[in-house]
Design a protein around this ligand. Structure first.
Ligand code: SF4
Length: 253
């Protein structure tokens, strides 16, 4: 059991609409950690690798959110601050036990302020999770696991999403998970299908998104991705933040 929560380095905080996967369209307060244990060649937040940003305790982070006018990447929405779900993303949110304990504390504080008891964690799934995160009484965590292929790493590292096995074996009611794959080409298919086989009978949403950091690339890759989803009974997900060009982001530090 971890009792001490160390400060963690945060790189970005902004309000937006979730652009992909199981909770697409919902208003989220996105908190991006600095640094990641992987080095994906297609990473769209690679700036985080150099560990930029500012260190916050859980209390300091919530205080920052409540006392600053946090930028909204989507114009003309009329949500109040307490309408937003917390969403942690990377850099890798689950990279260390310290970081996971930090997520639990921030989530509890956000729950006290907003009444929201549901928190989304976007993760590459390569790190095991601590009990405090799985058995948290007040909060239901959703793990949106985005497995990465080894062939896309700069170095040879194991990218198998161990979290899938760990969560599948737990049978805990207050957590949920979904898988979110990026479809690049037919070369990706075997990787996706091998992992899908492991969770096919579980209550897990499996989403496949077209690869592409620009609107044009997204649209070009969409049809092949759609056909793959249709053939294997998977859910196609667009990446709205790219298609709609959600640009505004607040960088910390
Ligand atoms: S796991 Fe995500 S944040 Fe980390 S390098 Fe890969 S794409 Fe970037």
């Amino acid at each position: 059991m971890i009792t001490k929560v160390n400060k963690q380095r945060i790189y970005q905080i902004f309000k937006t609409l979730q652009g992909e996967g199981a909770y697409i369209g919902l208003p989220v307060l996105l908190i991006r950690f600095a640094s990641c244990n992987l080095r994906c060649k297609f990473c769209d937040s690679y700036e985080n690798w150099s560990n930029p940003g500012k260190d916050f305790s859980p209390e300091e982070l919530i205080n920052y959110i409540l006392t600053n006018n946090i930028i909204d990447s989507v114009q003309n929405v009329s949500y109040e601050l307490n309408d937003y779900l917390l969403m942690f993303t990377g850099g890798e949110p689950l990279m260390t036990e310290d970081r996971q304990a930090f997520i639990v504390e921030v989530s509890k504080l956000w729950n006290e302020y907003s009444g929201k008891d549901f928190v989304i964690i976007e993760t590459n799934g390569t790190n095991p999770i601590i009990d405090d995160l799985v058995y948290c009484n007040n909060i239901k965590f959703h793990f949106s696991i985005s497995p990465k292929e080894m062939r896309y790493q700069h170095k040879y590292v194991d990218t198998y999403p161990k979290l899938v096995d760990q969560l599948n074996n737990m049978n805990v009611n207050n957590i949920s998970l979904s898988l979110k794959f990026v479809y690049e080409s037919s070369q990706t298919q075997e990787f996706i299908l091998t992992l899908v086989e492991k969770v096919r009978n579980k209550a897990v949403g499996i989403f496949v998104m077209p690869e592409g950091a620009t609107r044009e690339k997204q649209l070009n890759n969409s049809y092949e991705t759609l056909l793959f989803c249709a053939k294997h009974n998977l859910i196609f997900s667009p990446r709205l933040h790219i298609l709609q060009d959600f640009k505004e982001k607040e960088f910390i530090g």
